[in-house]
Design a binder for this molecule. Structure first.
Ligand SMILES: NC(=O)C1=CN([C@@H]2O[C@H](COP(=O)(O)OP(=O)(O)OC[C@H]3O[C@@H](n4cnc5c(N)ncnc54)[C@H](OP(=O)(O)O)[C@@H]3O)[C@@H](O)[C@H]2O)C=CC1
Ligand SMILES: O=C(O)[C@@H]1CCC=N1
Length: 276
């Protein structure tokens, strides 16, 4: 890849949930299957992905030779053997992009050839439908053109922001895990519908469309969530009775504590690799 705007060949190392979401999102965003590669541990999984997306599965040395961008998408707990495999074969010019929660760019810089550019990314699974929120941070050797390449890749599957790497553990807790909190809320609200005697299919429709509508209002009006909530909350009406129960049960405090715990776990995942 020589021209600044040329499409790089991208290899996803570890095509699990987020790796598959990236491959699928890139294809939907117009990338050609010929410009994509992936590695996987089990032949059944590789065959399934190749059948679904028409993308070639390869091994780590071939990915390192053929790709301009190596996207590391294994679990943080699986990083060490992958770094052992990559270190002898990766070219110091190849851009390494890590999607791994908690792992600092310095880990990759220490274990891979000197000078290799590394960009740390925290995406999320709405990537599958082109609605990811990704935050990117450059490592020591990543230059503006590397960040531009990563931004170009990720803007095909959603929105992208740049953050200092010191904020990545917090970002992981907020938007990386964020979709899970919304799914949890939707699941609980559907249960409430069942409690009130609404058939499951109807409860699902009511709640999912309410979630879609609320998200669209946040995006399209640009209003603060407090203003939007106040517009739903009529004096002495139904909503305020529910809000009182949410406050009585400490839902706001629970969210603050939950997101802080997720941030702490991200830090812990990084610290587990400090000795290596
Ligand atoms: N899921 C999410 O919402 C998000 C995840 N992330 C990050 O993305 C990374 C992947 O997460 P997720 O997709 O959920 O995890 P998965 O376990 O679904 O995906 C990881 C995949 O990599 C495979 N794998 C492990 N080691 C190797 C190897 N050496 N070579 C090739 N393939 C390998 C795994 O195989 P096997 O199944 O056999 O272990 C698995 O298929 C994590 O680091 C996580 O922190 C970031 C943002 C959001
Ligand atoms: O749960 C996790 O560790 C990963 C990182 C962010 C979302 N999923």
């Amino acid at each position: 890849m020589t021209e600044a705007n040329a499409r790089p060949t991208i290899a996803v190392l570890g095509a699990g949930k987020i790796g598959e979401a990236l491959l699928s999102g890139l294809l939907h965003g117009g990338r050609s299957a010929d410009d994509l590669l992936f590695t996987e541990r089990y032949p059944e999984r590789s065959a399934e992905l190749t059948k679904t997306y028409g993308i070639r599965c390869t091994d780590v040395p071939t990915a390192a030779k053929d790709a301009d961008v190596l996207v590391v998408a294994v679990k943080p707990q699986d990083i060490e053997p992958l770094l052992d495999e990559l270190a002898p074969v990766v070219d110091p010019e190849t851009l390494v992009v890590s999607l791994c929660a908690g792992l600092p760019t310095s880990l990759f810089e220490r274990r891979l050839p000197a000078g290799v550019p590394v960009v740390r990314v925290m995406p999320n699974t709405p990537m599958l439908v082109g609605e990811a929120m990704s935050a990117i941070s450059p490592g020591k050797h990543a230059r503006p053109e590397h960040l531009a390449t990563v931004e170009d890749m990720l803007s095909a599957v959603g929105k992208v922001v740049r953050v200092p790497e010191s904020q990545q553990d917090a970002v992981t807790a907020l938007s990386g895990s964020g979709p899970a909190y919304f799914f949890f809320l939707v699941e609980a609200m559907i249960d409430a519908g069942i409690l009130l005697g609404i058939p499951r299919a109807v409860a699902e429709k009511l709640i999912i469309q309410s979630a879609v509508g609320a998200a669209a209002m946040l995006v399209e009006t640009g209003e603060h969530p407090v203003i939007l909530r106040e517009a739903v909350t009529s004096p002495a009406g139904t909503t305020i009775m529910a809000i009182r129960e949410l406050e009585n049960h400490g839902v706001r405090a629970a969210l603050l504590a939950a997101i802080e715990a997720a941030r702490d776990r991200s830090r812990e995942l990084g610290a587990e690799h400090e000795a290596h």
